[in-house]
Design a protein around this ligand. Structure first.
Ligand SMILES: NC(=O)c1ccc[n+]([C@@H]2O[C@H](COP(=O)([O-])OP(=O)(O)OC[C@H]3O[C@@H](n4cnc5c(N)ncnc54)[C@H](O)[C@@H]3O)[C@@H](O)[C@H]2O)c1
Length: 327
């Protein structure tokens, strides 16, 4: 049988990189970062090609589903690194499309892991801060215990599905010394983001519609601007980091109410901010919505691994994002 070896690269050598979910929020920014640095990118997504990426000669687009194992296998063999980013990351979807979230997160990932193992290719996988569930041990360390609710509560399907993929990566790749990195992303935001809290508030503010916050409003999140996230990803790629889970985030907490106020101020909006307890929203209660009070990454490991210094403050990031939406 033909043996596949991981090619050894010089730090600045140009690579062929396969990106699934290439036309999503993280995907487009990552493809651009790679292309701007001279790499050759093979992007796969189910959307129509992104005009900005089409301009790059070294961008090859494949409008296929990640469930199409024939094309996925071909692209894994053809390239040096597989970045598996395709998925569903919108919290609303965990409640209304639970089955789709599970299938899309798990099934293609298992195939991709097997192919990366078989053909000895490096895998970068985007996991999530949701992995930690409702743990109150702040900040979350990569090796910490997870704390989730019942499997009859739809909300936990995303966390559980991503965790299963992480397990499979460890079982199939770690033990064979194959090369992988799992990124656990904590609220990355910026232009092109859709279906998450930041873009939702901006859209409401720009149209002067009321901004509804579920819970008490004092729940916090740590927001990382997408350019800072891409810098970290790129350093990880360049340094040929292997066999690690890394929290990717900022450790500055912002309450959801403060976020809404900042957005209203920056957009000079007339939107009213309304805080509604989940108990009062029967639809959300029925669907098993449960919010997490705090979600803060431990940055110990990422700081050990790369030069970590987010450059963009939340105000600056929001201004850039708002400007891109207004365009
Ligand atoms: N943005 C964040 O803060 C964040 C946080 C945690 C985890 N993540 C993870 O990062 C990854 C990217 O997230 P994102 O924020 O860019 O989301 P996104 O929804 O913008 O991008 C996902 C992309 O996957 C594509 N996709 C969906 N089904 C597909 C299929 N069957 N075949 C091929 N492509 C398909 C979509 O068309 C979309 O372009 C996801 O795996 C997500 O779980 C993101």
């Amino acid at each position: 049988m033909k043996k596949f070896y991981i090619k050894k690269y010089h730090k600045n050598e140009k690579k062929k990189i396969f990106v699934t979910g290439a036309l999503g929020f993280i995907g487009v920014h990552w493809c651009k970062k790679l292309l701007e640095n001279g790499h050759e990118v093979y992007g796969l997504d189910i959307k129509s090609v992104n005009l900005e990426l089409k301009k790059y000669k070294k961008f090859h687009y494949f409008k296929y589903s990640v469930f199409n194992t024939k094309i996925v296998k071909k692209l894994i063999i053809k390239t040096d690194v597989t970045c598996h980013f395709a998925g569903i990351a919108s919290p609303k979807e965990y409640l209304i499309n639970t089955s789709k979230v599970i299938d899309l997160t798990v099934l293609p990932s298992l195939k991709i892991i097997n192919y990366c193992k078989k053909f000895n290719k490096k895998l970068l996988f985007t996991s999530t801060s949701e992995i930690y569930g409702k743990s109150e041990k702040i900040p979350f360390k990569e090796e910490d215990d997870r704390m989730l609710g019942s499997t009859s509560t739809k909300r936990w399907c995303y966390s559980t599905a991503k965790a299963l993929v992480e397990h499979a990566i460890f079982a199939k790749l770690k033990e064979t010394n194959s090369s992988f990195v799992i990124f656990r992303l904590f609220n990355v935001y910026g232009p092109l983001l859709k279906g998450r809290v930041v873009d939702n508030f901006i859209e409401k503010a720009l149209t002067n519609k009321k901004i509804l916050i579920f819970g008490k409003g004092n729940q916090t999140r740590c927001f990382l601007y997408v350019d800072d996230c891409m810098d970290i990803f790129y350093q990880v790629l360049q340094k040929n980091v292997k066999g690690k889970i890394l929290n990717i985030g900022n450790n500055k907490e912002t309450s959801i109410e403060t976020l809404a106020k900042k957005i209203v101020k920056l957009t000079k909006s007339k939107s009213k901010i309304l805080v509604q307890s989940v108990e009062k929203n029967s639809k959300m209660k029925k669907e098993g919505y449960e919010d997490i009070r705090r979600r803060v990454p431990s940055l110990r490991l990422i700081k050990k691994t790369v030069k970590y210094k987010p450059k963009i403050s939340i105000e600056e990031g929001l201004k850039k994002f708002i400007k891109s939406v207004q365009k």
